[in-house]
Write a protein that binds this ligand. Structure first.
Ligand SMILES: [Zn+2]
Length: 657
């Protein structure tokens, strides 16, 4: 069919393989959309202003499975053709002339815009149903919900106006300049002043409260949260302003956008996405102050923020240079975290990245950093390592100046690796050919050189030195010496036999390692181990509950009583385990067994986030109690938009047959 179309529309199609970036430059996009969740539909009126760089007889706008009406050039009807992937505009366009095209469109997006919870209305659980609409443009293409540009090299100043049910908060790129109140809806007018690639366009709609701070430089920072999550907002967003101020100073280039907003959403596809001035992230990161200890948003927060410069202000020309976004965001996130958590944390994370890269090379999965098919491990972690080593090579001052220059030269443009390297060479006076060959181009990560560099940190030196597998004679003394928590944890996991009663007096992280290492609990440690149930760590509590319950059957009622009110992380890790154990425990609250079972089945339903559902399915499977409702929910989960969750559900379902 596509072939036939191309024969008929030969003049339209000849452009489709080539980029049109040298032919036309789109400048501004004014987008007015109605988002209708009941029918999962978007309709809108769009205006694009553009200037021609060459004479041509047709140009296109990417638009997947859309319908168009009233396609106008200025005031006159424009000949157009919709091939299902692109809207082709036919006209004798003249070099250096500016034009305005406008049209109405209508679409049911198959991806890139997600309607969450709109077809759920079940009795009894309605208070947990989240109704949201949110977008994800990277890797999915904004052209599934808005006629726009798949080519990252096309940067446009987009102003978004969104009309939606008045009971919801609507957040989009840029500054909210006006809210227009209609009968049952509100139209939210957002303004952008600088251009960006289409994949960075975003909106998030839901029921939210928010609080704001202002950066040192005067940029408003707004943090959104679910009304019922008010106590979790501050722990979740901890250090946001500090890291914003740090990054602005460290990068040496002012934040380029009018404000910065962060919005958690349900069932997000990734940890977070750095849409211009609007980071959308998984609500699984919303934590209370206990959750913060083990699983916090700080790293993702810093990473997405760093992308506002590396990715959004300067954008890769193509996937070959993806590390200019992910490597930089990972590295600058580490620097921001270093400013909060200290040097040891920084070196520790680099050490972990190096181990991951080594494993990748050992399984022969290593690639050059400049291979567009590289893994995220390569783009993110090897990319971060490149910058760490480069800074050491040229010196902190030269490195910083080069990064600032690079951003100044290429702001609002697209970049290649050589653009960055040339700036560093200019400032440092060093030829970086050898460096590029070894750290960027080689197929394997220079692990030995990386480890050599890490030995500058005493903390890492000590960690490497302390070893129960090599120096068994010293093993007994390590835990009572003054070594770091990480080194102690290493010893504990290597050789749990060395654990003595006094080692339980350590801090929360070492205690967690002990809880994990001792799945068989010596009777002499029973009382000490029981104290884990009161630790400020949901991981420790989860591990301790299952291990105690298994090791000391006579005490099961007591363990359940002590932990009965604990929910755990946003994925309800402790609660789901607790319900399972309460069901399994003979004679425990017989009159409430049915209620516990129903609660566990409820957690498998689509009104809950996929993280909770996954736990519930696993435990129900474990106790062989996935009933009809659970089974229906599992079947439904096989079509979930989060691919790893639907894959999980399919596997579980297969095992049943
Ligand atoms: Zn990233």
């Amino acid at each position: 069919m596509r072939y036939l179309v191309c024969v008929l529309y030969i003049t339209f199609c000849k452009l489709s393989v080539a980029q049109q970036i040298g032919t036309v430059d789109f400048k501004t996009g004014t987008v007015k959309v109605n988002v209708m969740p009941e029918t999962k539909t978007v309709s809108g009126f769009v205006t694009y202003d553009f200037v021609m760089l060459k004479d041509t007889d047709s140009i296109f706008i990417d638009a997947v499975d859309m319908r168009f009406e009233q396609v106008l050039l200025g005031e006159s009807k424009l000949e157009s053709y919709n091939d299902g992937k692109k809207l082709w505009l036919k006209h004798a366009f003249k070099k250096d002339s500016t034009y305005r095209v406008s049209f109405n469109y209508w679409v049911v997006p198959k991806k890139a815009m997600y309607f969450i919870g709109w077809d759920l209305e079940r009795d009894g659980v309605s208070n947990v149903i989240k109704k949201q609409v949110w977008t994800q443009g990277q890797g999915k293409y904004t052209s599934h919900w808005l006629p726009s540009f798949d080519d990252m090299n096309e940067k446009v100043v987009f102003d978004l106006s969104i009309t939606f049910n008045k009971d919801f908060e609507v957040v989009a790129n840029g500054r909210l300049i006006n809210k227009q109140f209609n009968d049952t809806t509100i139209t939210w007018h957002y303004d952008m002043q600088e251009p960006m690639s289409s994949y960075l366009l975003a909106l998030a709609i839901g029921r939210y409260d928010k609080y704001s701070e202002v950066s040192k430089s005067g940029i408003p920072l707004t943090m959104y949260y679910y009304p019922e999550d008010s106590l979790n907002a501050k722990p979740t967003y901890r250090y946001t302003k500090d890291m914003f101020d740090f990054l602005e100073a460290e990068i040496g280039m002012p934040y380029a956008w009018q404000n910065y907003k962060q919005v958690p959403v349900k069932d997000f596809l990734y940890a977070g996405m750095e849409n211009t001035s609007l980071t959308i992230f998984s609500d699984a990161f919303m934590v209370d102050s206990i959750g913060f200890v083990d699983k916090n948003y700080v790293n993702v927060n810093a990473h997405e923020l760093a992308h506002q410069w590396f990715g959004n202000l300067v954008t890769e020309v193509s996937g070959t240079h993806h590390w200019l976004q992910e490597g930089f965001a990972t590295y600058y996130a580490l620097l921001a975290e270093r400013s909060v958590f200290g040097d040891n944390y920084y070196y520790w994370r680099l050490y972990e990245y190096a181990q991951e890269l080594l494993q990748q090379d050992r399984s022969e999965q290593g690639t050059s950093l400049l291979d567009p098919k590289s893994s995220s491990t390569t783009f993110y972690k090897r990319g971060a390592w490149v910058l760490h080593v480069l800074r050491e090579l040229v010196g902190a001052e030269a490195f910083k100046l080069a990064v600032t220059n690079y951003l100044k030269v290429y702001k609002f443009k697209n970049v290649k690796t050589s653009d960055f390297i040339e700036e560093v060479e200019k400032v440092s006076g060093k030829n970086l050919e050898e460096f590029v060959g070894m750290w960027l181009e080689s197929l394997t990560f220079p692990y030995n050189d990386a480890m050599e560099s890490l030995k500058k940190s005493y903390f890492i030196q000590e960690y490497l030195m302390v070893d129960c597998e090599v120096l068994t004679s010293k093993c007994n003394d390590y835990l009572s010496s003054g070594i770091s928590d990480e080194a102690k944890s290493k010893i504990i996991l290597q050789n749990p036999a060395v654990i003595k009663k006094e080692d339980f007096n350590n801090g929360v992280k070492v205690r967690q390692a002990i809880a994990q290492a001792l799945s068989k609990i010596p009777v002499g440690f029973k009382a000490s181990y029981e104290s884990f149930l009161e630790d400020n760590s949901y991981i420790t509590i989860e591990v301790a509950l299952i291990n105690l319950w298994t090791n000391f059957p006579k005490e099961r009622h007591r363990y359940l009583d002590v932990t009965k009110g604990i929910i755990g992380f946003k994925d309800c890790n402790v609660r789901v385990l607790w319900l399972t154990l309460a069901l399994l425990t003979e004679g425990y609250k017989m009159e409430r067994k049915q209620e516990y079972y129903n609660a566990l089945i409820d957690y498998t339903g689509p009104e809950y986030g996929f993280e909770i559902r996954k736990h519930a399915f696993q435990y129900l499977k474990w106790i062989n109690a996935c009933d009809g409702n659970c089974h229906e929910n599992l079947k439904q989960a096989t079509t979930h938009h989060v691919w790893h969750f639907s894959k999980f559900a399919k596997r579980l379902l297969e095992k049943e047959h």
